[in-house]
Write a protein that binds this ligand. Structure first.
Ligand SMILES: [Zn+2]
Length: 209
């Protein structure tokens, strides 16, 4: 779909060096902080993050979210698939993503986590299902404290066609975990067998109330 963007074989970040892995060169890969472990754990709901927040990771995610650089979906899709392979996560029945509001989607034309989840599904030979949807208006979580975030998204999601399924749930950034947790509850309420969370980046610990 977007592979043409990488035809030159150049690093997607610095655009200078030859890409080594995930369309990034060795030195740009070195600037990223790979996590590779659970960042949050509940018996039925582990969450994994690919990267720790830093300048390079934020730049990549902001590119996808705000600069229409859709190729980052492919980069993160490959990273996530590689992570699942190496850690032996799964097997899963489907990849899901946290939904975005219809308004945001109209403005942007796409849902960033959905693009990545689609790329991840392709590489894991799993269907990407838009099984989660919004049931109420949700304010932007940016600038909200932990409690306000949890309240904002509580009961905001519902899921369909997940009964009995082992799900891989994708979002771009993990801040307090409120959004992912609300999405997981919706899946379990709809009869999912299990939910495993995966995110591109764990945000720096901020002093949330
Ligand atoms: Zn580079």
């Amino acid at each position: 779909m977007v592979s043409g963007l990488f035809a030159s074989g150049d690093c997607a970040l610095c655009k200078k060096e030859a890409a080594a892995e995930f369309h990034l060169c060795e030195s740009c890969l070195d600037t990223l902080s790979f996590i590779g472990e659970e960042i949050y754990s509940e018996k039925t709901f582990p969450v994994y993050a690919l990267l720790r927040e830093n300048r390079a990771a934020s730049f990549m995610i902001e590119g996808l979210k705000f600069r229409e650089e859709r190729f980052w979906a492919q980069v993160f899709g490959e990273m996530a698939a590689d992570f699942c392979r190496h850690t032996g996560l799964g097997p899963f029945d489907a990849v899901l993503c946290v939904p975005t509001s219809a308004k945001k989607r109209r403005i942007r034309g796409y849902n960033p986590p959905g693009l990545i989840a689609g790329e991840l599904g392709l590489r894991m030979q799993l269907p990407f299902e838009e099984a989660l949807y919004l049931t109420k208006k949700v304010k932007d979580q940016i600038g909200l404290g932990a409690k306000a975030r949890a309240l904002n998204v509580r009961g905001a999601f519902a899921a369909k066609n997940v009964f009995g399924k082992h799900l891989l749930l994708f979002d771009d950034t993990y801040t307090t975990g409120a959004t992912l947790k609300a999405a997981e509850i919706a899946c379990m309420d709809a009869g999912a067998a299990s939910v495993t969370g995966i995110v591109c980046m764990k945000a720096r610990d901020v002093d949330y109330e």
